[in-house]
Design a protein around this ligand. Structure first.
Ligand SMILES: NC(=O)c1ccc[n+]([C@@H]2O[C@H](COP(=O)([O-])OP(=O)(O)OC[C@H]3O[C@@H](n4cnc5c(N)ncnc54)[C@H](OP(=O)(O)O)[C@@H]3O)[C@@H](O)[C@H]2O)c1
Length: 256
């Protein structure tokens, strides 16, 4: 342990924080969506909230890359591929997804937004700093390595599942409608939170394709966030809809 650098200590502390937050989220679900409720301070416009919350992640990695020596390195193609993959997710999540949501425009609290900013800032920084400041650029043949190939496949399968599932949820409402209904189709036939499952697969792919402790740290944070939330949502569905499919799991098909 004596040999850990300050950055490695930071990553370790960040993982410990994720695990603490995860346990807390099983008891106190974040106050937005199905769990928006009084007692957590002011609410803000959801579209603005999402954009503010995700913006640190959308730009931090690019900025760190642009300021690093990788940007002028002749062999930095792999680093550029990492940036492009990250941006595909975050430009969608930050600037497209919020405009597609239907329902109550004020169902997110300022507190959730502030915590989201911290989460996205920490993860964007850890990934950018590790990949472009600490680690030297990976050689171009990394792009044909099995870890990259399996990782990138998982990344796109997860992204596709996430977007497809978000689309199913959106189709449950007409514009202006804020009702909750039982989602069906795709992986919703097996789990309550198919969108979260897609997101988990996506970041597992990222951890593999970057083969980095930073990618693993982000995966742990994502799982720490989404698993308790999926569990709370799953219980909410069961409580709310007596005809909710009983075989459906929360987030991992056939398992949990
Ligand atoms: N990387 C991470 O750690 C992380 C963390 C959080 C979220 N995310 C991602 O961000 C996206 C949104 O997350 P979220 O927590 O807001 O997901 P969510 O609770 O599943 O809600 C997504 C959207 O669908 C609507 N919706 C949900 N269930 C519905 C139902 N039964 N009937 C009708 N509409 C329904 C929600 O409306 P309401 O807002 O009115 O509930 C919201 O607009 C997901 O793709 C998720 O994977 C990632």
């Amino acid at each position: 342990m004596d040999t850990l650098t300050p950055f490695e200590w930071f990553m370790l502390g960040w993982i410990v924080l994720a695990l603490i937050v995860s346990i807390a989220l099983f008891f106190v679900p974040a106050p937005y969506g199905k769990f928006a409720r009084r007692g957590f301070g002011p609410r803000v416009n959801r579209i603005v909230g999402w954009i503010v919350m995700e913006t640190p992640a959308a730009w931090l990695l690019v900025i760190i890359f642009a300021l690093s020596e990788h940007v002028s390195h002749p062999g930095a193609m792999v680093s550029l591929v990492f940036v492009v993959l990250w941006q595909i997710h975050y430009l969608y999540r930050t600037y497209l997804f919020p405009f597609t949501m239907r329902g109550d425009r004020a169902n997110i609290t300022l507190l959730t937004v502030v915590l989201g900013v911290v989460f996205n800032f920490g993860n964007g920084f850890i990934n950018g700093y590790y990949l472009f400041e600490i680690r030297d650029p990976l050689p171009a043949d990394w792009l044909t390595d099995w870890r990259f190939l399996i990782g990138v496949s998982l990344f796109f399968i997860g992204l596709g599942t996430n977007i497809h599932s978000d689309t199913i949820l959106r189709s449950l409402r007409r514009p202006g409608d804020a009702q909750y209904r039982i989602p069906n189709g795709g992986l919703f036939n097996y789990i309550s939170q198919a969108n979260y499952f897609g997101e988990l697969i996506e970041w597992a792919g990222w951890a593999l394709l970057t083969w980095s402790p930073a990618g693993l740290t982000f995966f742990i944070w994502t799982a720490s966030n989404l698993i308790p939330r999926a569990w709370s949502n799953h219980r909410w569905y069961r409580r709310t809809f007596p005809d909710y499919p009983s075989h459906r799991k929360a987030i991992i098909p056939f398992i949990f």
